[in-house]
Ligand binder design. Sequence first.
Ligand SMILES: [Zn+2]
Ligand SMILES: [Zn+2]
Length: 565
Amino acid sequence: MSKKNTEIPTSKLKIIPLGGLEQIGMNITAFEYEDSIIVVDCGLAFPQDDMLGIDLVIPDVTYLKDNYDKLKGFVITHGHEDHIGSISYILSQVPAPVYATRLTMGLIEHKLEEYDKEHASQGAKLMDTVRRKTVTFGQSINLGDFRVEFIRTNHSIVDAAALAIYSPVGCVVHTGDFKVDYTPVYGDAIDLQRFAEIGKKGVLALLCDSTNAERPGFTPSEKTLAPIFDNIFEENKHTRIFVATFASNVDRVRQIINTAYKFGRKVAVEGRSMVNIIDTAQRLECIEIPENTLVTLDEMKEIPADRQVIITTGSQGESMAALSRMADGTHRKITIGGGDTVIFSSHPIPGNEKPVTRIINQLLQKGVNVVFQDVHVSGHACQEEIKLIYSLVQPKFSVPVHGEYKHLMAQAAIARELGFSKDRIKILSSGDILELSPESAEINGKVPVGGILVDGSGVGDVGNVVLRDRQRLAQDGIIIVCMCISSEGMLVAGPDIVSRGFVYIKESEDLLSEASEVVRNTVEEKLDEGSDWNSIKTAVRDSLGDFVWKNLKRKPMILPIIEEA
Ligand SMILES: [Zn+2]
Ligand SMILES: [Zn+2]
């Protein structure tokens, strides 16, 4: 043990979640001791329904910018979007070395390459400038005052890691996303022994995945799905089979390929994100695929229908995903119809039920046989697995992470059951500063946090006003009022009213001519008063807005345009 660790620490260890609480998504947590900061994960959140036109949401890292001289690096637990999704955006603001296991690093590098391509005109060169180190399980890395050890866990993607973060104040264990799977489809089981060893030496705090903390029991092994897939394939022997699942669920894809191989079928993978993840996993040997099983969609044309399996994205009803395009008949290469079987192999995430139902209806209308593989095998630990990790790690303090408030509270209840007193359980909000000494844990202060909206290549240039405009346009449409006013202050042409997304004009001619009467009166009144154009525009917005509200109970956006004659 180094000398430093045997001294009594004078400073406190700070744990600062910059996102990932109050929601599932955008996981990013800073650990700070004196002049060292390390950041665990760098995820994104997907936009909520009311964020129209927004592609993704990335965390606000003002705190890292303000303390940039302390930043030693990013340590990443696994390759899911809610853990790596914002890494290129964040690295372009606060460049620092990145540490991750094999597949995780492969997926990160793909993101950096794409970012460099998309932002070439701004001179982006993340692939050349960001230092990257691939870490193996059991290996430790030194980052300023911290040492970080990667521990093998199980999750729905291979190479997922938990972290033991050693600081002068003590050791903090961060589980990452995990489950306990004694028989994973690929790779080894979670390294429970290492958790126990670290626990024996004394752990100050445990940051544990809360996603499934409300579910009793154990999450079943991914392997339990094998006989279920076998049955479905057996029952649909004579049809072409499609399976829709999450792109990132590498283990599930592996499972499906196994079954396909057993039934002598060839497999093609469709959907950009899935092709990318499977390519990367194959290149890095994180997935083993029986020879001559995987073919391209073009090669598939030569193969009889009952020898084909197509694994596709779009199980959540995402409108741009491959399955959606097949269902509405706009896919370039695949026509789906009677005699095909589509297996949904993932539950709709709450909120996605509607788009999923829409796709199912479209498929059924086409005569497709739709099957649900509805045994829930999640990638996250249920209550008994959480208890197991607590019992092995024996932390002084419990800090539930990765979840909405209700999930964090469910884990707090588990900790209480295990004998933790209230003051040993710390429920944080994003931005809270949790200060730890070897004896105490207190929330002291707050740093700025929030979601920054990304729309295409624009980062953070869509603010609340733009978003509100988009909501209004989507809900109530727009009315444009054009008119010509002479330099003498006479209305010489118009007002003409043009609307989009507001009313169907043919059926509303009376209403619109009444509306233009209202506008004309307002404008003439204002001109008589000698008002300037700005106050004329405001008056038009007010009077027309009132008129529309009275008649239709709607609030379209109103855009008056005045031209000088
Ligand atoms: Zn995950
Ligand atoms: Zn996650």
